[in-house]
Write a protein that binds this ligand. Structure first.
Ligand code: MN
Length: 228
């Protein structure tokens, strides 16, 4: 009886220890928050399906494999990015691919496009960039100026200030390799896989249509989390 009690206690202690070691939840492949056809104003259903179920899934699977192989379990992805230059390139490419697409799906909505849903962010955008039009121009220039594959971002730096930037491949501003560091709240995928079926080489048309589906309520929520 005594042995049973002691081993039960030991089990409780061991279980508690395990919980401490895995403070960060395991990485999860997120559900798409709308049907493949929901963003037709911007992206056709076939592109959405391939982009989400094959490209993003591929990055996710390879990232999870890389996390296991490099003993990075239990570490938040933001903390991995903060020292990504010291890690194998697969972590940078596939971790970025997973994080960036996860953000991309969430900051779009079939009911998007209404900037009125982000009053606090809109004020900050006008103060930072001079006007809404000036911000849009700067963001579109970042998206069009990114040679080859990459992303355009609106981010918040450690001082709580907004900035627009672009990064190559699957890099993002959270990474220690980024020219400008911060937390992205809005991101646009400018890889050809994101637009080629409908737009072919017309990246400018793809970028212009992005504004029709931006979920400004979600971008505002992320902004407030960072500047509160
Ligand atoms: Mn993509």
């Amino acid at each position: 009886m005594k042995t049973l009690l002691i081993s039960s206690l030991l089990l409780v202690i061991l279980t508690a220890k395990t919980h401490v070691a895995t403070a960060q939840p395991a990485h999860e492949f997120p559900p798409l928050p709308y049907p493949y056809s929901a963003l037709e104003a911007f992206i056709d259903a076939t592109t959405m399906e391939i982009h989400y179920s094959r490209h993003h899934r591929g990055y996710f699977n390879n990232f999870v494999k890389g996390v296991e192989e490099n003993n990075l379990g239990g570490i938040a992805i933001e903390d991995i990015f903060a020292r990504v230059s010291e890690l194998p390139i697969t972590i940078r490419n596939n971790g970025g691919g997973h994080y960036n697409h996860n953000l991309f799906w969430k900051i779009m909505s079939p009911y998007g496009g209404d900037t009125g849903a982000a009053p606090k962010l809109l004020d900050a955008i006008k103060i930072t960039f001079g006007s809404w039009e000036s911000f849009v121009g700067k963001f579109q220039a970042a998206a069009l100026g990114q040679f080859g594959s990459g992303w355009a971002w609106l981010s918040v730096n450690s001082q709580g200030n907004l900035f627009v930037s672009s990064t190559p491949n699957q890099d993002n501003p959270l990474m220690d390799v980024a020219g400008q560091r911060g937390t992205p709240i809005l991101g646009l995928d400018v890889w050809e896989h994101a637009y080629y079926l409908r737009y072919q080489n017309r990246r400018a048309d793809y970028v212009a249509n992005f504004w029709k589906v931006v979920n400004w309520a979600e971008v505002e929520r992320r902004y407030k989390e960072l500047v509160k």
